[in-house]
Design a protein around this ligand. Structure first.
Ligand code: CO8
Length: 256
């Protein structure tokens, strides 16, 4: 797999790099397939506790590959079943951190929004420019963006294709953290390392409940939270975490 490179910068942390620099990391079928395969494998690999996905300094990804879809028909597009590849990324049970430098446009911005935590460089560029090529976002750009920044900012971005900087993305709620461009990957890896030391069962429950709760009524979401909270008292890591606190020592979590 060369369109998406897998590295292990440290124990328990995987780094996925989109690797099509000649096309500004445009997401062709192969990139999406490889991303989905990696996410599926890493999602069930007990040795992995956090995943960072990134591109390069110029581009996280400048969109879906326009050359790959310029002549496609609606039925062929439907039969590509691309949503299954996107779903594999969105359904990854491990924490996913996007480290964003350069263009995160179109499908690239949508890919970023599949992550749980977004670290953006100050001069990164976020945009949903699909309307400029006669289409609209098709992998969550109208929905995840609206949930992140609200209706009015989302409408402005999606209807004009106007790009915003990483700094603006941070102010609007489209990034968890904004740092100087040169520090993006290190910061994302540092966050991944911190999370990788947390109890994995609790991290998995936090991710699942937070995401599922977004689409539920408040009462249902609070019930989901309560059940997951109670479930964690069946974990060895809860016993270890609280015992370690009382004994004034560092906990050792085993993911059990
Ligand atoms: N698709 C295909 N090729 C691309 C893309 C892309 N999205 N972006 C850049 N490239 C290619 C260029 O064609 C060029 O190739 P070549 O050297 O062969 O001419 C190479 O990358 C370098 O790009 P530029 O020379 O254009 O570089 P610049 O620095 O001048 O400009 C930009 C960079 C501003 C990012 C510019 O390349 C651009 O505007 N790209 C297109 C951005 C865009 O419109 N993205 C949205 C695409 S539509 C989409 O994402 C729909 C998502 C739906 C999700 C569901 C999918 C199935």
């Amino acid at each position: 797999m060369t369109e998406v490179l897998l590295e292990k910068p440290f124990d328990s942390v995987a780094l996925l790099r989109i690797n099509r620099p000649e096309a500004k990391n445009a997401l062709n079928g192969e990139v999406r397939r490889q991303l989905a395969e990696h996410m599926t494998a890493l999602g069930t690999d007990p040795s992995i506790r956090a995943i960072v996905m990134t591109g390069n300094q110029e581009a996280f990804a400048a969109g879906a590959d326009i050359k790959d879809m310029a002549e496609v028909g609606a039925i062929e597009l439907m039969q590509r079943n691309n949503h299954l590849l996107w779903r594999a990324i969105g359904n990854c049970p491990k924490p996913v951190i996007a480290a964003v430098n350069g263009y995160a446009w179109g499908g690239g911005c949508e890919l970023v929004m599949h992550a749980d935590i977004i670290v953006a460089g100050e001069t990164a560029s976020f945009s949903q420019p699909e309307v400029k090529v006669g289409i609209m976002p098709g992998a969550g750009g109208t929905q995840r963006l609206t949930r992140a920044v609200g209706k009015f900012k989302a409408m402005l971005m999606v209807m004009t294709g106007q790009a915003i900087s990483g700094t603006e993305a941070g102010q609007m709620g489209l990034a968890s953290l904004v740092v100087p461009d040169a520090e993006v990957l290190d910061k994302a890896l540092e966050i991944a390392k911190t999370i990788s030391r947390m109890p994995p069962v609790a991290i998995a429950q936090i991710k699942e409940v937070l995401l599922a709760g977004q689409d539920a009524s408040l009462d249902t979401a609070l019930m989901l939270e309560r059940k997951a909270f109670q479930l964690l008292f069946a974990s060895a890591d809860q016993k270890e975490g609280m015992k370690a606190f009382i004994e004034k020592r560092k906990p050792t979590y085993q993911g059990k």
